[in-house]
Design a protein around this ligand. Sequence first.
Ligand code: B16
Ligand code: MG
Length: 213
Amino acid sequence: MKKGLILDLDGVICDTAKFHFEAWKHLAAEYHYSLTEADNEALKGVSRADSLTFILKQANHSISPEQFTSDLNRKNKWYLSLVEEMDQSFLLHGVFDFFSKAKELNMPLALGSASKNAKLVLEKVGLLNHFNAIVDANLVTNGKPNPETFLKAAELINIPPNQCIVFEDSVSGIEAAISGNMYAVGIGNASDLPKANICIPDLGKFDFNTLTL
Ligand code: B16
Ligand code: MG
């Protein structure tokens, strides 16, 4: 019987990926590189610093360590100016239904996000107080695909990893869930997330009978 629900943020609860994309595109243009949709897909679930390393490689561009830090900060400022506009209308389809069903069944809920801005985003969409635990990039040393984010979340809600279900939209996040010995529900297409145990289009399509697996 599965008892703990661990949710990724970007791409599962709300669509902040488009804001990350805007901000990274702005920066990549300074390196004379035009960031593609495929690049954006590859950056899902990837930490801020690893994302910049990936973009520099794609752009075949190098910068000093000082510039690296400064560019990370500038990207984050652009991103936050977009997040500022967010409210409940930015929640993805099915989130409300999922939360009310989880509450009804008294299931512990944790967030497991690679974002350092997770609490701010949750506050913007009105969900900050709806989790039993929040694990973001400020709390872990090793980002996804390392399982640390989800293992920490399981620990904080006091549920063994093999009794947890992780909801993830990124390849790195699904890998993290599987290597953490958790049941991985992919949000998106099975062709994009082949390692997921099952895939559904959004949280609202989750069949809570899966919990008996
Ligand atoms: P930040 P998630 C991830 O969030 C995003 O998918 C990824 O694109 C982003 O680079 C990462 O957070 C870091 O975000 O710059 O806000 O710290 O999907 O793990 O909730
Ligand atoms: Mg995500």
